[in-house]
Design a protein around this ligand. Structure first.
Ligand code: SR1
Ligand code: MG
Length: 403
């Protein structure tokens, strides 16, 4: 009989006690379920005497945000723990350490990062993260390059790809990001005040063409092992440190999807600042910080990815075809811009939203932020195949925001 069942706080304590050498034998452990995401249980286990603590993440066999009517494979827990272990090798120190994985309980035991703050929360509070672009660009360049046909043996890559087949979680993305926002769907979730803007998404044929092209890349382009859900709620940060968590959506897909996810969430915060910073000059300054971070993350990512290409490329043809690198990087930028746009749009009209905008208490400010985000998202989607620099993409977004 299967050992799987959702754990209680007390059972989580017993499992934590069994992790050899972690807590002192006489530890008085306490356990709290703190999961506030869409899919899983998360237990925070602490020993106040030694100050030691850890996190246990358990997958549920359904999407918690919807209920048991939306079943989800527990295999995502294996995918998450294996992705974390691999990412820690490729980008050391930028993800939590995995202490243990229990396949039967779909349970990953990992480093507690509660001395960090979820970056989304920090940005809502107006916190500046001077190292985030540096760290996230390293995470992106290293994890994407070294899992691609450029950075690893191409036969080994095919085998690795097979270990990260993640159909249930990909289906969530395919529906929620690339389909629902552009049609009438029972998954959609938006306020009646923006019905006209939602209707405009459903009737814009040139937008649909771009989304169809991007969706095709998500469905078919197994370029590198993606994090798969790299929004600012998947990042723990302090001004000095950045840690990427939650790679349960990991699969082999187009690299631009991860780069675009981070950029999208900076723009969602940009729109949310319609409310969070009341003083106009300070708001302008914070928005400039956000667009500088968009510019920095791309510029640093591009420089690091090109350096890896030049030093560690295992692929003779791309190594010996210099113009191919420029072509590849420009195509990657275009993908990132397009995916960023899709990820902004889905957070306004789709099933799952972001606190940057949803928790704005004033209805008029919330509506202004929602409309601004939709203008930014659609501008990025429409610009994607034409952009030649990150500056052009930022200009398109900021011009749309100010309309
Ligand atoms: C049903 S899951 C909704 C969303 O939560 C995750 O963070 C992903 O972004 C997913 O699309
Ligand atoms: Mg998540």
């Amino acid at each position: 009989m299967s050992k799987y069942h959702p754990l209680s706080e007390q059972e989580a304590i017993e499992i934590a006690r069994g992790i050899e050498g972690f807590f002192p034998a006489d530890a008085a452990l306490s356990s709290k379920e703190i999961g506030d995401g869409n899919l899983n249980l998360v237990f925070h286990i602490t020993d106040s005497a030694s100050g030691k603590s850890l996190i246990m993440k358990q997958a549920l066999p359904y999407a918690k945000v919807v209920g048991e009517s939306w079943p989800l494979s527990l295999d995502r827990s294996r995918i998450e723990s294996e992705a974390l272990i691999l990412q820690n090798k490729l980008a050391p120190g930028l993800v939590p350490k995995v202490y243990k994985y229990d396949p039967e309980l779909a349970l990953t035991v990992m480093e507690d990062l509660s001395d960090h703050v979820i970056m989304r929360r920090g940005l809502i509070d107006g916190t500046v993260y001077p190292k985030a672009a540096e760290h996230i660009s390293t995470f992106l360049a290293n994890t994407l390059f070294f899992t691609s046909d450029l950075g690893m043996n191409q036969q080994d890559k095919k085998v690795q790809l097979g270990k990260f087949i993640n159909p249930d979680l990909c289906k969530i993305t395919e529906d929620l990001i690339f389909d629902d926002p552009y049609t009438v769907s029972s998954n959609n979730n938006y306020e009646p005040s923006i019905e006209d803007a939602a209707e405009a998404l459903r009737t814009d044929a040139s937008l649909h063409l771009e989304v169809a092209i991007l969706r095709d890349k998500f469905l078919t382009k197994g370029e590198a092992l993606l994090h798969g859900d790299l929004h600012t709620g998947s990042i723990f940060a302090t001004p000095e440190s950045t840690k990427v968590i939650d790679p349960e959506f990991a699969y082999y897909g187009p690299m631009g999807f991860d780069v675009g996810a981070f950029i999208a969430n900076l723009f969602l915060n940009y729109a949310g600042q319609e409310h969070w910073i009341a003083d106009e000059a300070k708001r302008r300054e914070f928005r400039a910080y956000l667009t500088n971070t968009v510019r920095d993350v791309w510029t640093k990512f591009e420089a690091k990815f090109r350096a890896l290409w030049n030093e560690h490329n295992v692929d003779r043809i791309s190594r010996d075809t210099p113009a191919y690198q420029d072509f590849y990087m420009n195509r990657l930028l275009q993908d990132a811009v397009g995916f960023a746009g899709c990820k902004v749009v889905r957070r306004i009209v789709g099933l799952s939203h972001v606190a940057d905008i949803d928790t704005i208490p004033d209805a008029a400010a919330r509506e202004r932020a929602q409309r601004m985000a939709l203008r930014i998202g659609t501008a990025l989607i429409k610009a994607n195949r034409g952009v030649r620099s990150i500056e052009e993409a930022i200009d398109a977004a900021v011009t749309a925001a100010e309309q």
